[in-house]
Design a protein around this ligand. Structure first.
Ligand code: AMP
Length: 114
């Protein structure tokens, strides 16, 4: 799988505003924030898309989601609520092919999305 800009951030080759890290997951603020809080949660071991995930990725995907939820709780975002998004491939609007969870919070979200 090809490297991406998120691989460079994980290896600290380019800067990012990192807000959370553990053994498996790195989280940093989106450069083009769409809400008062917009953080990207990225597994350190790259999976290109959700479509490329397989059964052996289940634990990593679980850790990724749990890290996102724990961060939101710690930051006081959980009670009012937040949105998580995983874009997949072209129609999903994916632009960086290293699977990631968007955490959006701090304003009212609407449904359906555009
Ligand atoms: P997606 O379209 O779901 O693949 O999301 C990719 C996200 O990465 C977009 O919201 C971009 O604004 C964001 N992004 C791209 N490059 C960077 C970067 N160097 N640092 C932080 N966020 C980035």
């Amino acid at each position: 799988m090809g490297d991406t800009i998120f691989g460079k951030i994980i290896r600290r080759e380019i800067p990012a505003d990192i807000v959370y890290e553990d053994d498996d997951v790195l989280a940093f603020r989106d450069l083009n924030g769409q809400a008062p809080v917009h953080v990207l949660f990225v597994p350190k071991r790259a999976i290109a898309t959700l479509d490329a995930a397989v059964a052996t990725d289940a634990e990593l995907l679980g850790r990724l989601l749990l890290a996102t939820a724990a961060y939101a709780r710690r930051e006081g975002l959980a009670e009012q609520g937040y949105r998580t998004v995983i874009n997949c491939n072209e129609h999903g609007g994916q632009t960086v092919f290293h699977l990631h969870v968007h955490l959006l919070a701090g304003r009212q979200m609407h449904w359906p999305p555009g």
